[in-house]
Design a protein around this ligand. Structure first.
Ligand SMILES: Nc1nc2c(ncn2[C@@H]2O[C@H](COP(=O)(O)OP(=O)(O)O)[C@@H](O)[C@H]2O)c(=O)[nH]1
Ligand SMILES: [Mg+2]
Ligand SMILES: [Zn+2]
Length: 358
């Protein structure tokens, strides 16, 4: 083609990260993972990231690699594997930097892995009926427990007359958490999220359906490639083949996970996350006379004393007690269940695990 020839079709954008190191970094690779393998191992079994989990397959991306492999047990979106090309089932799961999970809805109520290796969780709610402090606290506790930085995003500020009232309430959860108010459809929206979306970072949007998660994902991607408005499809009933969670690797080098709305987030095994989210109440509790104080009618209860003096917000205390009870209950149920499953499946499991050697 002559230099002055007009291009006959749009030119593919030059990828910002065309070398191997740049590609890996854009996928979220960091020392935490590199430290887990020798360079010989990495050459033999290259690192790949799971960008989607389907019923029977995984979508993986690596350096000059974008493919589908058969499912592996116990992995989730965002996980890193050392990919064995000859025998994908023998690929090794790298130890995670963070993991977000919940107790799944439905009657079997197993533990469900939501996402691995996130740096930031954007907890999105809109300035309307969706807004619920109790739900925000759940997500924040989940993020804290996973050592993922929670950032609260209040969307649809263009649809309310008093966005500040929502922002103040959200900030009341903790002075340490960033609260960002925005109109997800405005061109400025992605700019507000940039501080958390630098190259090499992995961020996720969590929150109910319809609050603007896909709109924000699109805004970060700088295009309309990602479908907005979750289709109310059969995936809700668990028969569908995909979880609907997808990790997008943006040209800017940030990995973004868009998730469909989760109707229910039951906490499990997040006691330290609750401690961090309700740090004020947790600190007060240390001064109660009894270790197992229920902060009800016990003598010497520091929490009741703080209520009497007006220092404690009673609805917040009630939400804290409820979440702690729920967490304790689910943690116990799941531990019992795991024990039962282990006892029942032991012989079978070990056979299938080592079947290659039989
Ligand atoms: N007015 C307004 N509409 C929004 C805003 N955020 C999202 N929407 C609209 O709300 C609908 C649902 O958005 P979507 O991004 O699909 O929500 P998701 O289910 O959380 O992924 C779409 O029609 C969006 O255009 C916002 O901040 N303001
Ligand atoms: Mg969506
Ligand atoms: Zn007490």
């Amino acid at each position: 083609m002559l230099p002055n020839d007009p291009p006959t079709k749009p030119q593919a954008a030059t990828p910002a990260h065309h070398d191997a190191a740049g590609q890996l970094r854009a996928l979220g690779w960091s020392e935490h993972f590199a430290d887990q393998a020798t360079s010989a191992t990495l050459a033999q079994t290259p690192p790949v990231r799971i960008t989607q989990v389907h019923r029977n397959t995984l979508h993986i991306q690596g350096v000059d690699l974008d493919t589908i492999i058969p499912s592996l047990q116990g992995v989730t979106v965002g996980d890193w594997l050392l990919f064995d090309k000859e025998a994908p089932r023998n690929s090794q799961l790298l130890s995670r930097k963070s993991l977000i999970k919940r107790r799944a809805p439905g009657h079997d109520r197993k533990e469900q892995l939501i996402a691995a290796n996130l740096d930031t969780a954007f907890v999105v709610t809109s300035c309307n009926n969706d807004f619920s402090l109790a739900r925000l606290e759940r997500y924040v506790a989940m993020a804290h427990d996973a050592s993922v930085t929670p950032v609260i995003i209040l969307s649809k500020i263009d649809l309310t007359t008093d966005p500040n009232a929502f922002a103040e309430q959200a900030q009341s959860i903790s002075p340490q958490i960033s609260v960002v108010s925005l109109n997800a459809r405005s061109p400025e929206a992605s700019g507000f999220l940039r501080p958390w979306c630098q190259a090499g970072q992995t961020v996720a949007f969590l929150g109910s359906s319809g609050v603007g998660k896909s709109t924000l994902t699109n805004s970060l991607a700088g295009n309309e490639a990602i479908v907005t408005q979750d289709i109310r499809a059969s995936d809700d009933r668990g028969r569908h083949t995909t979880t609907g969670r997808q990790l997008y690797i943006l040209p800017s080098g940030c990995a973004v996970l868009d998730t469909p709305g989760m109707r229910e987030i039951q906490l499990t095994d997040v006691s330290s996350g609750l401690e961090e989210t309700f740090a004020d109440l947790h600190a007060l509790q240390q001064n109660c006379r009894f270790n197992d104080c229920a902060h009800n009618t016990e003598p010497g209860c520091a929490v009741q004393a703080a209520i009497a003096s007006g220092d404690v917000d009673v609805p917040r205390l009630q939400r804290w007690l409820k979440l702690m009870a729920e967490d304790a209950e689910n943690t116990k149920l799941l531990a019992d269940r795991k024990r039962r499953d282990q006892a029942r499946n032991k012989p079978e499991k070990s056979v299938s695990k080592h079947s290659a050697k039989k």
